[in-house]
Design a protein around this ligand. Structure first.
Ligand code: FES
Ligand code: FES
Length: 157
């Protein structure tokens, strides 16, 4: 089967790839670009472990076709730190020990970042809505919500 060429900007870098039309964005990010931060969990749009930011909005990349990302900008967890320094959300999540196994963490960070980029001072309800699609099997979300509130109070993501 012919592999259409797609072009997308991933973490600020132009990428050109030939991918089969049925492959997901998550698969291409992980397998072709070695960006393994986004996690494969349910593979059905339910857990949020694969969340990345596409043209400014959070998407579950296991449900997005790579071909549909042609011409778009994608930000993954690997792209949010600068100069080898963790992003403020990562710092705060770590400081509060918000996670246990950490499998959900990349997706939660990306959902939180998309929220704070759009809504710098969210209410607790807005935070909970923003991360409602990110399932954590280990924690009670209290420290996750707290970390996002603290980053917002510090001036956002
Ligand atoms: S792996 Fe994509 S939502 Fe669960
Ligand atoms: S810390 Fe284990 S799934 Fe969230």
């Amino acid at each position: 089967m012919a592999k259409p060429e797609i072009r997308m900007t991933v973490n600020g870098r132009e990428r050109e790839l030939f991918v089969e039309p049925w492959r997901t964005l998550l698969d291409v990010l992980r397998e072709d670009l070695d960006l393994t931060g986004a996690k494969l969990g349910c593979e059905g749009g339910e857990c949020g472990g694969c969340t990345v930011i596409l043209n400014g909005a959070p998407v579950v990349s296991c449900m997005a076709l790579a071909a549909d990302a042609h011409g778009k900008e994608i930000l993954t967890i690997e792209g949010i730190s600068e100069n080898d320094e963790l992003h403020p959300l990562q710092e705060e999540f770590l400081r509060l020990s918000s996670f246990q196994c950490g499998y959900c963490a990349p997706g939660l960070v990306m959902s939180a970042k998309a929220l704070l980029d759009e809504t710098p001072n969210p209410t607790e309800a807005e935070i909970r809505v923003a991360i409602a699609g990110n399932l954590c099997r280990c924690t009670a979300y209290v420290r996750i919500v707290k970390a996002i509130q603290l980053v917002a109070a510090q001036g956002g993501a």
